[in-house]
Design a protein around this ligand. Structure first.
Ligand SMILES: [Zn+2]
Length: 121
């Protein structure tokens, strides 16, 4: 496995989203590669920090600017906040970035509605 591939799979490894075969390949690479080993340590610490900070702290830490609209919805609805907490790091990141990367307000509103719908289901 090359570094490029390993880097892409590291986050999935931490999230427990890799199948056993891929997980073994990534771990084997990390064991022999100082660069990817350091990266894995960084990602693990980031995941721990996220778990400690809680969902809202995480959104703030992750995105500039903070998707305040999403944070507000989670803050006033415990069920949505609980559903958010259950998402993997990767899914949370995708959802938050989908909002912050929307260029038009309509797009952002539509993505927020879709994100909330996904959390409700
Ligand atoms: Zn490497």
């Amino acid at each position: 496995m090359k570094c490029d591939e390993a880097e892409i799979l590291l986050q999935a490894l931490i999230d427990g989203e890799l199948d056993a075969g891929h997980a073994r390949e990534v771990e084997a690479h990390v064991a022999t590669c100082a660069k990817c080993g350091a990266l894995l340590t960084d990602y693990r610490e980031m995941s721990k920090a996220v778990a400690n900070a809680g969902a809202l702290g995480f959104i703030t830490a992750l995105t500039q600017p903070t998707p305040a609209d999403l944070a507000r919805e989670l803050a006033r609805n415990k069920k949505l906040a609980a559903a958010w907490e259950k998402l993997s790091f990767t899914n949370q990141k995708e959802m938050a970035l989908g909002l912050t990367e929307a260029k038009k307000p309509e797009t952002r509103e539509r993505r927020l509605a879709a994100a909330l719908e996904k959390l409700r289901s």
